[in-house]
Design a binder for this molecule. Structure first.
Ligand SMILES: [Zn+2]
Length: 424
């Protein structure tokens, strides 16, 4: 009798403990999915700055930027500094709108348990990867929402200084289509959790679950490198069902396309953004690029990632640079993104150098960093330029990126919503 009672007590204790664990690790992190953005109170004034209000405006010399309660209140020469403002004397520095990085991941082991990590640890990680590079808005194209949602919440609560985060949550892969480079690096249980819908209905379910858990965009592997040099395309009816499910919630889709077949699935299914340049370039000619542009799809080149994680061989890289150059010449929308998180070298200098190799100048790059992504995400009324009334998101640089694009990679201060979120 006593043994039975003891056994029952033991089982109850185990069940309760398991329940608590599931709650703390699985459900508790997924609260407050879309917190309202952090916005500073008070007045910030940057004086003596050379200001690029937008990629197309002439430079405004020795100007003052005033941010009041998180919004741009005035920009110009001879603008008066309001009494009580926090003044940053800039002395010839250059100011632009805050940068976007539209391809990042919060998937390194250091983001696991973001709900519980000490503030200082998490903030140092965010600083290293993002805010010290000038990013005020980032698009996470694949991560565990149980880490990304708490990170986003702690940022918007003002506890951790960081960028605005859009996230895709878990990506969708073709059936039996996990990329070889993930198969090698992730534990088996994690691989089994990754969505590989076998039918359109299953794809819709996966998209809806992601959205219910806090995702803002959809990420599809329309072409997945199942082995080095072998791309498995996603069945087009599965991709189409996923994109339509996202669109029903007002969300856009990003695709990792890899080769021509992956591009065709992305085009046919209604994807909005190619998350990389096409790196298996066979068959990707002018006609294909024109088709991508005609469908109003944008491209995030991620050039440094190819060089850093695949190979430095010119026979591989040169056709990719040529493709980005041609896409740009034909009028395609390019968006800045580096795939940091997957790529563990966070320095952005090489990406700007590679974009210069593809024929882009400083204004083209500023457009990729600001106006184009803001427009694509439907927030051009709030972000992308330094016009009065928009969010006080800005980057302060020492050099002029219009004469040396390397200056983009060396910010000295990052301001988001009127709050200094990083300074050198
Ligand atoms: Zn990526």
């Amino acid at each position: 009798m006593r043994v039975v009672r003891w056994l029952v007590g033991f089982v109850v204790a185990v069940v309760v403990l398991l329940g608590v664990a599931v709650y703390l690790l699985g459900l508790y992190p997924l609260r407050e999915l879309h917190p309202s953005p952090m916005q500073a109170r008070g007045v910030l004034a940057i004086t003596g700055a050379n200001v690029y209000v937008s990629p197309d405006a002439p430079v405004m010399a020795r100007a003052t930027v005033v941010v009041r309660d998180g919004k741009i209140a005035a920009v110009g020469e001879g603008v008066e500094v309001p009494a009580g403002a926090e003044v940053i004397a800039c002395d010839g520095c250059v100011v632009t709108a805050g940068f976007w990085n539209a391809h990042v991941h919060f998937t390194e082991a250091k983001w696991i348990g973001a709900e519980w990590k000490p503030k200082g640890v998490l903030e140092a990680q965010v600083e290293d990867m993002l805010t010290s590079r000038g990013f005020t808005t980032v698009v996470d194209t694949g991560s565990n929402l149980r880490d990304t949602v708490p990170l986003r919440r702690r940022i918007e609560h003002g506890e951790i200084l960081g960028p605005k985060i859009y996230t895709a949550g878990g990506a969708l892969y073709p059936p039996k289509g996990i990329p070889y480079y993930l198969r090698g690096s992730l534990p088996g249980w994690m691989l089994r959790l990754m969505a590989q819908p076998a039918t359109p209905a299953a794809a819709v379910k996966d998209v809806d679950r992601n959205i219910a858990d806090g995702a803002d965009i959809l990420k599809l592997f329309t072409g997945s490198y199942v082995e080095r040099g072998t791309v498995l395309p996603m069945p087009v009816e599965i991709a189409t069902a996923a994109v339509e499910a996202a669109r029903a919630h007002g969300q856009i889709a990003f695709a990792h396309e890899s080769d021509l077949a992956g591009v065709k699935v992305a085009m046919a299914s209604g994807v909005s953004v190619l998350a990389h340049a096409v790196d298996t370039t066979e068959g990707v000619d002018d006609a294909v690029l024109r088709d991508i542009i005609a469908r109003k799809m944008a491209m995030v080149p991620t050039l440094k990632m190819f060089r850093t994680t695949v190979t430095t061989k010119a026979s591989y890289l040169d056709p990719i640079y040529a493709q980005v150059r041609r896409f740009h010449e034909l009028g395609g929308d390019l968006i800045f993104g580096t795939d940091v998180g997957y790529m563990t070298d966070y320095d952005t200098a090489d990406e700007f150098q590679a974009l210069a190799k593809s024929g882009l100048n400083g204004r083209d790059m500023l457009r990729m960093l600001t106006v184009t992504p803001a427009t694509r995400f439907g927030v051009s009324a709030e972000k992308g330029t330094l016009e009065v009334g928009k969010d006080g998101d800005l980057v302060v640089m020492n050099g002029d990126p219009m004469t040396d694009v390397g200056a983009f990679a060396r910010p000295k201060m990052t301001v988001r919503g009127g709050r200094v979120i990083w300074r050198r």
